[in-house]
Design a protein around this ligand. Structure first.
Ligand code: ACO
Length: 457
């Protein structure tokens, strides 16, 4: 099969949110900390009767219905999530309810977990299946979903929730570029969930930021090396730079970190350039940073500021359009970077995207990270697969506008309620149907044996 990649993409986010500005006042922090400091505008959160299964049921059903697909046409389905409500039973198996009437049970794939990275691992697996001898000619579906919630305190404004489903197969408008992948994995305790009775992680925020930036450096170095050696084999000898990505999307815990990450990539380019011109142009005034070592700069405000300023225009052009969902819905964990992809597609024209290379950096604490790239098809004609994909996401801003704003004290109450009812048996969560978009699946009951039942709004 040729051009294996993403054919269609569906997004689900909750129908309610809090304003970060109001959250600043409610939390008693300085005005501007969450909005200007973290770059966050709003944060979506789930109703009391939503869980990871209901989120994924909703997004997969939407993908199949809106794409007019047959349930028989799917031969693989896997889920990347870190929202674990059962230590054995996979979310994937819950999703098999959707296939019931079709009779299709021949569906490979299962759940993958490591913080925000599970979706990317699933996407790599799905693409590998299509390219393998095990492929039976059908589509693969990759689902990423999470409910990102933190205990009260400084991490709480970096939450969010949502799910994304992607249809994977050949002849895709977004092709996973073969051989172009840089991965970095290591053992770290920056963010983890050792308390299985709680929805909340244990997090060392500052350490997690350093881990994220280190992983970014390492992945970019490997990615670049592989790109350059592909070129070399084709007889071209030149360095890979940010110019070679028309767009760059990132796992986005909060938007400010992504802006800093673009600066970080520019620092990488700067240090890799043999004789950069520091008298004029992109690297103007950066001469004093010539001798810095990447590993010494993770906490340097001076380096951060200089390269953030130097990369401002690159950020505006290549990355800013991808931050719509992240700034207005927050960190969705596994779907975060794919939400950036959806936002980029929603805010660009097919013509602008056609033929471009999109760089993608996926990070999951603990830690697992990869940089890879998507090549957008050349054909942007009306009715082309690319045009269809882009049009299918055009309503994203309007859907965000249609959500209900909730006061921070009510948000805090719902969070408390989730804490108290999380993992209860013999329990019917009291959420209102008015807090869900039409077509949303929700949890109706957890019986005495912890079996969960769902209905559709
Ligand atoms: N106006 C404008 N900016 C302000 C204001 C203000 N009044 N007050 C503070 N700020 C700025 C700070 O200067 C800082 O920006 P800077 O780093 O560019 O200088 C920013 O707001 C945040 O302030 P901090 O004091 O650094 O915030 P704090 O340490 O309290 O919390 C953190 C931030 C660590 C990100 C926390 O929210 C957290 O732990 N989140 C979860 C972990 C996370 O998301 N990690 C990222 C990778 S791992 C993952 O994806 C889960």
């Amino acid at each position: 099969p040729k051009d294996v990649g993403i054919l269609a993409l569906e997004v689900y986010f909750p129908a309610q949110y809090v304003e970060q500005e109001e959250l600043e006042r409610y939390d008693g922090v300085e005005a501007g900390k969450y909005t200007r400091g973290l770059g966050q505008q709003q944060m979506g959160f789930c109703a009391a009767h939503e869980d990871i299964n209901s989120l994924c049921l909703t997004v997969v059903q939407r993908l199949v219905e809106r794409g007019c697909l047959s349930w028989d046409a799917i031969g693989r389905l896997e889920v990347g999530t870190e929202t674990v409500i059962d230590k054995s039973k996979a979310v994937k198996t819950v999703l098999m309810q959707l296939f019931h009437d079709s009779g299709n049970t021949d569906v490979e794939g299962i759940d993958t977990t490591n913080a925000c990275y599970g979706g990317t691992a699933s996407l790599f697996n799905a693409a590998a299946w299509v390219e393998s001898s095990a492929w039976d000619g059908r589509y693969a579906v990759v689902v990423c979903g999470d409910i990102a919630v933190y205990a009260t305190g400084n991490a709480r404004p970096t939450g969010g929730a949502g799910a994304i489903a992607m249809l994977v197969g050949p002849n895709a408008p977004l092709v996973l570029e073969r051989g172009l992948r840089g991965t970095h994995m290591e053992h770290a305790y920056d963010f983890y969930k050792p308390d299985l009775a709680s929805e909340y992680p244990v997090v060392d925020g500052q350490l997690s930021i350093q881990c994220y930036l280190r992983a970014l450096d390492r992945c970019y170095a490997v990615y670049r090396r592989k790109a350059e050696s592909q070129w070399q084999q084709a007889g071209v000898q030149r360095p890979f730079t940010l110019d070679d990505f028309k767009f760059i999307i990132f796992h986005t815990p909060f938007c400010k970190l992504v802006q800093k990450s673009v600066g970080r990539l520019l620092l990488n380019d700067f240090l890799a350039t043999p004789n950069p011109d520091t008298a004029a142009g992109l690297y103007k005034g950066l001469q004093s940073f010539r001798g810095v070592k990447l590993e010494d700069t993770y906490t340097s405000k001076e380096v951060e500021k200089a390269f953030q300023a130097a990369s401002q225009e690159i950020f505006n052009q290549k990355t800013k359009p991808s931050l719509l969902l992240s700034s207005r819905n927050g960190n969705m964990y596994t779907p975060s970077m794919y939400g950036c992809l959806a936002s980029l597609l929603a805010q660009s024209s097919a013509r602008d995207l056609a033929g471009s290379r999109i760089g993608a950096f996926s990070y999951g604490s603990g830690l697992a990270a990869s940089m890879f790239s998507l090549r957008v098809s050349q054909d942007a004609a009306p009715g082309s697969p690319l045009d269809k994909l882009v049009s299918s996401l055009a309503d994203l801003p309007a859907r965000l506008d249609a959500r209900k704003r909730v006061a921070p004290q009510d948000f805090a109450k719902i969070m408390k309620q989730r804490e108290e009812t999380h993992h209860l048996a013999n329990h019917a969560p009291h959420g209102s149907q008015a807090d869900l978009f039409p077509g949303t699946w929700y949890l109706t009951r957890v019986d005495a044996k912890y079996r969960r039942e769902y209905a559709r709004n």
